[in-house]
Structure formats: C-alpha cells, structure tokens
Design a protein. Sequence first.
Length: 222
Amino acid sequence: MRRRWMEYSLLFIGLIALDWFVWVQASAVMSQAYESWSFEQGLRGRSSSLGGYLESQWNRLLGRGDSSIPEPPAPSSAPGERGVIGRVEIPRLQMSVMIREGLDSATLRSAVGHVPSTALPGRPGNVALAAHRDTYFLPLEHIQRGDHVRIQTRQGSYEYVVEATQIVTPRDVWVLKASDQPTLTLVTCFPFHYIGSAPKRFIVRAAQIGTPRISSPAPSGS
C-alpha cells in the first residue's frame, strides 16, 4: 500500500512538473510572437495593443490581409525603454529572437537579455547579449566563423560578422569589457547538453560591418 502511494505521489509530482514546463514554454512562445508583432508595428509607424494582435492573428487564420486601420505612429522610444530593445537574427541558423533589457529569470524565460552594463546597439562599444543554452541560444551550438548576425531596433539595423568563438569560465567577465570598435558578444552556458547547472560559458565574438541602416517609421496611413 505504501509503495503504491509513493508511486502515485511521484506520478502526481511528475505531472505537475510537466505542466509547469509546458506552461513556461508556451508562455515564452506567446511572448515572443506578440513582441515580434508589436516590434513590426513600431517599424511601420503604428501603435500596438493586445486586441490588435489578436485581430491580426484571426485575420491571418481566415486568410485575410491586414485589414486593420492604421493608427497614429507610436512615440519614438530610446533603446531599452519599456524593456524591448529589438530583435537578433542569425539567418544561416534560422534564428530570430526578441531582445529585452536585463538578465533576471523572467526576462530570460521570454527573450534574449541585454547585459545592462554594456553598450546598446548603434552605440560605440561592446553589445553583450545572453540567453539560455537550451532555449533561445541553442542554435549557437552550430554557429561558425563568418556567420552574419543582425540586430534590428526601432532606430536602425546593425550587421555583424562572427570572428571567433571560445569557451571560458564564469569568472572571465573580461568578455564583457568595453571595446573601442563596435562589437557584439553573445553569451550562453556550456556544454549545451549538460544536465544540471553548466560549469562553463560559450562566447561568440562578432564585429560590426557595413553602414547601419537607420529606420524611420512609415507615415500614418501608408
């Protein structure tokens, strides 16, 4: 009887853990979808709302175009305001993830986090981004020298090319040091498929290339 009770207890705990995992993953997917849509609205000079997002998704399911009436442009915001900074993309790895300010657990569950002490995209210095190795930065396992990385913000689009990758310890905070040239540093835990708290860090270093493309919101009604 006692053994059966323990089996039921373990099964119950396992179901709760599975439900929690599914909820966390679903919440992250929904958050990314909404923030990506909201970001695109900002680039088009439109304000965004949850109601507008739901309407757009409904229209998409019905095979309709974007029939919503363009709203007045949202006020231009500086990078990092309201938490959302932009989107990081690595085309070869088919990776596209929204970036939010901060490294707290809630932020890293729903987005890539910008390290607050480092430069913002479009400004001189070292832009550092971090994310979990088993979610948003899992594609970095296959990144290669020469890969292109794009960071798109409401102020402009910035292109980088990967120069090197390396494995360091958590004490090697020098990877976040400011630089004279505009650079990008991606940080995640390593090894990628380690069970438990991974002991090392995987670093991607990239240099900015080309001329940044500065964004200007489309006029209302366009």
